[in-house]
Design a binder for this molecule. Structure first.
Ligand SMILES: [Zn+2]
Length: 237
């Protein structure tokens, strides 16, 4: 089964359309057109000496796909700031707002459909939220892993949720699979790909051509998922 990657498949915004705020800046010393995406998603276009606004607009049009990707990257970097009240984080690939509320005298952190007790004295709720994400990951990814394994006639020997800084998952020779709890922050189609990637390692432990053929058969859109990981993955770590 394949789910949509709503962010990647969103229509490319018209460079001059209302979605995008664009500043054209003339610079006599510039030799070429330069596009910069600011953290708020607005775009700055440097118009070189002898250049025109019309040409700048064409340049934007030509690079609209790059701009979309760059905005996604900048946005991903933005959502990983301190997890304070009002901050935005990703949950199942969707941006959700962190809210701190008082519940019968206790501070509770809410994000998406989740809620967790705030640690006394904290104003950055990362530790509380990360602990809750681990719980959520165990509940969510365990059954999903077993279901995907069964669909491919595989049996998982063991499953753990880990806090890994450098990988999304791993699969041992004996069929024990470890998954990064941050997978629950990704769109389900992307975390499914990571699960299937590890499951296919039970058939083929390396990253050879035959491994990728197995991955493609199990997850035809795996390149979209890899691309999402490339753009947003770092922001989750
Ligand atoms: Zn691998």
């Amino acid at each position: 089964m394949q789910l949509d990657l709503p962010f990647l498949r969103a229509p490319v915004p018209e460079p001059a359309g209302p979605l995008l705020s664009i500043d054209f800046v003339r610079m006599r010393r510039a030799r070429r057109y330069i596009i910069r995406v600011r953290p708020d998603g607005s775009v700055r276009v440097t118009v070189p000496r002898g250049g025109s606004r019309l040409e700048a607009a064409r340049f934007l049009e030509k690079h609209s796909q790059w701009i979309t990707q760059e905005r996604a990257r900048v946005r991903a970097a933005h959502v990983t700031q301190a997890w304070v009240d009002g901050a935005i984080m990703l949950l199942r690939g969707e941006p959700v707002t962190i809210r701190v509320v008082l519940e019968s005298g206790h501070r509770t952190v809410r994000y998406g459909q989740r809620s967790v007790a705030a640690r006394a004295g904290d104003t950055d709720f990362r530790r509380s939220i990360e602990a809750d994400l681990r719980t959520f990951a165990r509940e969510e990814l365990g059954p999903r892993l077993h279901a995907l394994a069964a669909a491919h006639n595989l049996t998982v020997a063991g499953f753990t949720i880990r806090n890994q800084r450098s990988r999304w998952g791993s699969c041992s020779r004996s069929g024990r699979i470890a998954l990064n709890y941050r997978l629950v922050q990704m769109p389900p189609a992307v975390s499914d790909y990571v699960l299937l990637h590890e499951l296919m390692h039970m058939k083929q432990p390396d990253h050879s051509r035959s491994f990728w053929r197995l991955v493609e058969a199990a997850c035809p859109d795996f390149r979209d998922a890899e691309r999402w990981l490339k753009i947003h993955g770092r922001g989750l770590l």
